[in-house]
Design a protein around this ligand. Sequence first.
Ligand code: G6P
Length: 608
Amino acid sequence: MCGIVGYVGPRQATAILMDGLKRMEYRGYDSAGIAVINGDGLTVRKAAGKLGVLAEELAGNAPTGRVGIGHTRWATHGAPTTPNAHPHVDRSGRIAVIHNGIIENANDLRKALVARGHEFTSQTDTEVLAHLIGEFYDGNLEEAVAAALRDVDGAYGICVISADEPDVLVAARNGSPIILGIGDDEYLVASDQSALVEHTRSVIYLDNGEMAVMTPKGYRVRSLISRRVDKPINQIEWDLETIERGGFEHFMLKEIFEQPESIENTMRGHLLEETGNVRVYGLKLDDDQVKEIKRIIITACGTSWHSGMIGKYMLEELARVPTDVEYASEFRYRNPIIDEHTLVIAISQSGETADTLAALLEAKQRGARTVGLVNVVGSTIAREVDGGLYLRCGPEIGVASTKAFTSQVAALAMVTLRFARLKEMSLLDGKRWVEALAALPGQVREILSRADEVKVLAEQFADANNALYLGRGVNFPTALEGALKLKEISYVHAEGYPAAEMKHGPIALIDDAMPVIVVAPRDAIYGKIVSNVQEVRARGGRIIAITNPGDEEISDLADATFVVPETLDLLSPILTVIPLQLFSYYVALRRGCNVDQPRNLAKSVTVE
Ligand code: G6P
């Protein structure tokens, strides 16, 4: 996600800001910028692309000044262009803001500001915030920021400077991390410890609703309302490399553990509790257009195809729209039947997968309406679709997709709700669906707190050379995804099957050397899967069951059981997949595999 760095002190700010941004490069970003207070003015420099592009532009004419802010952007509002890059300035051009997070009421604030004569040069929510702070400014930056933030809904970590108060740096946090670095007569701000450690190991972690005001003479932490909050100073103990992965041994593990936040970010601002519905204007489908859709085709590759399969179960069950899921590579070459009543949904973490892009273009050419569920803002697929939802789950660096998968399923659940509430779903059921969605991040967090249980299981089963994953209904695709994860990073041959289909072939493989992982939450078809598990047991298979609290039948048959909290049947893959992700990670670790960069695989496959 985006990176923030700020500096106030005796040294030249530009070099410190650029070093800090460089330290956060591993997080992924698409543009960068700095603002430095220079004499009595403000110099803002920014560039789309990698940090190297900005560094080249600064070479030989870097702005001088001892107070500044710097930002690497991972786009959430608007394409990754130079005008959309941070810092953004207010109407006077004398206040500069950098921001991580999403301001949910940015559209309303923007409309009000436009009505009062403001003009905007970017599509970002951050520029709206800069203008708002500018409106409140009457010589006291700290109070102007506090006043503006009281009008803001959503998540932010921000850093603000003003040319009119040339030795003041203001930071604030609500939802996005902000860390203060306490040096000798100098203070730093960063969204990530990695940008601080080479300057100081003494840090203060801002909590939500808190602000900090720093000058070369000292600092003060306050809240949006009160003038002072006492905060302890902590010491960073990790080395730089560990910090860049947030203390996790691998990016994949870090990303698995980010899922409570990433799922929440996917849904942020979309769920409407009162009306049991979702606000998804980005789909660009009004009520009449939704009603016109007679058929849906979901197209994707790899893990994204698996989330698409889950989408099919949701859309057909609740929205009653016939839905097909197509491998993008197959779809494009088989003369698909499409008309103007067909909606094609392309799902892609990267937004650049060549087969998915080609399938999308084919669908467009044949007259389908298109929607994209994409993580990377401004990516090719995101630009080609008629409408869409960004997953907003942050950059995924580990090659094996984890957090993108759960965000894709959450996004599909929201698309389903949009359709279902216009068709047959009642207000009450809509409310239950929204409530269940909102509960998922907490439930994922609870599962992750028991990751060690999965580690123990993985160590017991790590020597197996084959594995079978079974699931029924909406958890059949979960079984496919579990098998794919194991294949990808631990090179163990694994297959996913619908549990009942097992007896038509794979059952021949079962013996005591073959672990069978059964995804069996206590849903409507739980009873059916019990008999399938009995069939495995009878042939000496070793069974790991993923089920819900209160299960007795499958636990009695299984060698090991991992329970996940209950949710609505159709949402269960978001929970049942978590132990499967962890299982493949710990098996790969045990087998000494390169978890983040498995052999032969690429994160983004831009060739056919
Ligand atoms: C590659 C990656 C997979 C991913 C697939 C689709 O194969 O290794 O993890 O699921 O591409 O990628 P996309 O970016 O389109 O979701």
